[in-house]
Design a protein around this ligand. Structure first.
Ligand SMILES: Nc1nc2c([nH]c(=O)n2[C@H]2C[C@H](O)[C@@H](COP(=O)(O)OP(=O)(O)OP(=O)(O)O)O2)c(=O)[nH]1
Length: 144
C-alpha cells in the first residue's frame, strides 16, 4: 500500500522569473527557501491543491500548467512533486501571508542566489527546462 503523502510545490513563473519563498516555520526549516505549496489533502488532485495553497499562502489566483517529471523524498511519509504555475489575469502580486517571511522573483541567472532547502535543489533544477513552456502560455494569453 502506498502510504506516501504528496507535498506539491509550485514553480510559479511570471515574465521569465521563478518565485522563491523563504520559510518562517518550523524552526528547522525557517530561513531556507522553497517552492511555495503544501500537502495534498485526501481526495484532492495535486494541481488543485497547488492552486489552493498558493491562494492561501500568497493571496494569488493561479493555474497549474504542467507537472515537472520527478518526485523528491522529504521526511517520511512526504514526497515532493512540482508543477509549473502561472498567475491568472487580475491576480494580485504574491504576498507572504502565511508560512513565509520573504519572497523573491528569480531570473535563471539568479536561481542559485538563495539558500534553497536541500531537498528542493534537485526539484528546482528540474524546473529549468519548463520555464519557457509556462511563459509561452502566459504570452499567448496576452494576444488580442
Ligand atoms: N510547500 C513546500 N514544502 C516543502 C518543500 N520542501 C520541503 O521539504 N517541504 C516540506 C516542509 C513541510 O514539512 C512539508 C509541507 O508542509 P507545508 O507547511 O508547506 O504544508 P501545508 O501548508 O499543507 O501544512 P499544514 O500547515 O497545513 O500542515 O514539506 C517545498 O518546496 N514546498
Amino acid at each position: 500500500m502506498d502510504e506516501t503523502i504528496v507535498v506539491v510545490g509550485g514553480a510559479l513563473l511570471h515574465d521569465g522569473r521563478l518565485l522563491a519563498a523563504r520559510r518562517s516555520a518550523p524552526p528547522e526549516l525557517a530561513g531556507r527557501w522553497e517552492l511555495p505549496g503544501g500537502k495534498v489533502e485526501p481526495g484532492e488532485a495535486p494541481d488543485a491543491a497547488l492552486v489552493r495553497e498558493l491562494r492561501e499562502e500568497l493571496g494569488v489566483v493561479t493555474e497549474a500548467v504542467e507537472r515537472v517529471p520527478g518526485e523528491w523524498p522529504l521526511r517520511m511519509p512526504y514526497v515532493l512533486q512540482v508543477w509549473t504555475a502561472r498567475l491568472l489575469p487580475g491576480s494580485g502580486d504574491p504576498e507572504p501571508l502565511e508560512d513565509h517571511d520573504e519572497l523573491r522573483w528569480l531570473t535563471p541567472d539568479e536561481i542559485w542566489d538563495v539558500d534553497w532547502l536541500d531537498q528542493d535543489v534537485p526539484a528546482v533544477k528540474a524546473t529549468l527546462p519548463h520555464w519557457t513552456t509556462a511563459s509561452a502560455g502566459h504570452d499567448a494569453d496576452r494576444r488580442p
